[in-house]
Design a protein around this ligand. Structure first.
Ligand code: SIN
Length: 280
């Protein structure tokens, strides 16, 4: 039986029904899901009663496991991290800024899978911004400033010992492990073709992008800010509302994502894997 693909009606995203992720999938089902993922960039699978074994099996249909730096995995699993916030936690929200997961790696993960476990009654939505659409309708003066630019990526602002999740970050329930290696830099073209579809898009944003090659910081920062505002405009955004028993997979090559708050006094827990870069 074919899967059902129900587009969100927003800038990206679709819900998938007609498949039970607690059981092995057929090659045909995996091919249909991959096609829907490449078209809609973010897929949600509601009403799934799945375990961590099911999450791992699902992830491996789409590539190997990505390498997750700066997090400890959950006990007994090498490739699953907990995205966790306890009801009374006071630390700044994790990932409440736009980003593409681990874009500072040489081969950043193609995708990310999140399995919801504890979902608060309100708040805690995840936002996704379609970076193909953002490029397609970008004003020509901004595009002219960005065409051909090579972006410098680094995790330093977040995960270096003096970064946002570094030594001053206290009382966080998530197992984040800052490290000096966060200061390493890697280069990626800002405008690039999706490795599977060939569609042009913007890759990553200010935060993990700390500058542009052959540009001073004084020149790069205002450009990065202008770009960030454009990339995250409402017209490119899909707001994902979580339910318990839901799996979401997104394509880091096509979207930015951002966590949101609004659930003070409630626990939130999801388990996450990353899908390795295509061919890695
Ligand atoms: C993430 O960026 O992986 C977490 C997103 C979220 O907590 O909504």
């Amino acid at each position: 039986m074919s899967i059902n693909v129900i587009p969100s009606g927003q800038a990206c995203g679709a819900a998938i029904t007609g498949v039970d992720l607690s059981k092995p999938l057929t090659d045909a089902q995996v091919a249909e899901i991959r096609a829907a993922w490449l078209e809609h960039h973010v897929l949600s699978f509601p009403g799934q009663d799945i375990s961590d074994d099911d999450l791992e099996r699902f992830t491996l249909y789409f590539g190997g496991f990505g390498h997750d730096p700066f997090f400890d995995p959950i006990g007994g699993r090498e490739h699953i991290a907990a995205i966790r916030r306890d009801a009374n936690e006071k630390s700044p929200l994790f990932a409440e800024n736009w980003h593409s997961d681990w874009s500072f790696q040489e081969h950043p993960p193609a995708g990310t899978c999140l399995r919801s476990i504890t979902i608060p009654p309100t708040g805690g939505d995840t936002l996704f911004a379609n970076q193909h659409a953002a490029l397609d309708v970008m004003p020509s003066d901004l595009r002219a400033k960005l065409e051909g630019k090579i972006a410098i990526h680094s995790a330093q602002l977040a995960y270096a010992p003096d970064g946002a999740y570094g030594e001053k970050d206290e009382d966080r329930s998530m197992a984040i492990r800052p490290d000096e290696s966060a200061r390493e830099t890697r280069l990626h073209p800002l405008i690039r073709a999706h490795p599977e579809t060939g569609r042009l898009g913007l890759f990553s944003c200010m935060g993990y992008i700390i500058g542009f090659e052959d540009m001073t910081q004084e020149e790069a920062l205002p450009l990065l800010q202008e770009l960030y505002a454009w990339q995250s405009s409402d017209e490119f955004v899909y707001r994902h509302k979580w339910e318990p028993g839901m799996l979401v997979m997104w394509d880091n090559r096509s979207v930015l994502h951002c966590a949101t708050g609004g659930y003070e006094g409630h626990d939130r827990l999801l388990h996450r894997t990353t899908i390795a870069a295509y061919g890695h």
